[in-house]
Ligand binder design. Structure first.
Ligand code: SF4
Ligand code: SF4
Length: 99
């Protein structure tokens, strides 16, 4: 259960002002900073988890798809568009596109 202080801080975040309050990345959604969006190609993704381990915002989630295969998916609420995942994917499964 978040503390009252944390809840008040969350309410005070203005999405039109490019600042972030002290706190965890979960409290401060940083996806609106992004100018480039990583697009994940599920067919090329082998589920190696390299991108999820290297993402500085820990916003890549590994999930099982309908066939039970592990695939990477970004959480765009927190992805800042740094491009590290696209640069590091050994299977070229991620491409960066302008927002
Ligand atoms: S690094 Fe590439 S292949 Fe590995 S999980 Fe991420 S997207 Fe999939
Ligand atoms: S672009 Fe950067 S922040 Fe976004 S998912 Fe890739 S590594 Fe993470």
């Amino acid at each position: 259960m978040p503390s009252t202080r944390l809840l008040n801080m969350k309410k005070s975040v203005n999405p039109h002002r490019p600042t972030a309050l002290p706190g965890s990345a979960k409290l401060n959604e940083t996806g609106f900073w992004r100018t480039q969006r990583p697009i994940f190609n599920e067919e090329l993704c082998t589920g190696c988890t390299r991108c999820a381990k290297l993402c500085p915002d820990a916003c890549i989630i590994m999930r099982l798809n309908k066939e039970g295969k592990l695939k990477a998916q970004p959480d765009y609420d927190y992805c800042k568009g740094c491009g590290i995942c696209a640069a590091e994917c050994p299977f070229s499964a991620i491409t960066m596109k302008p927002e």
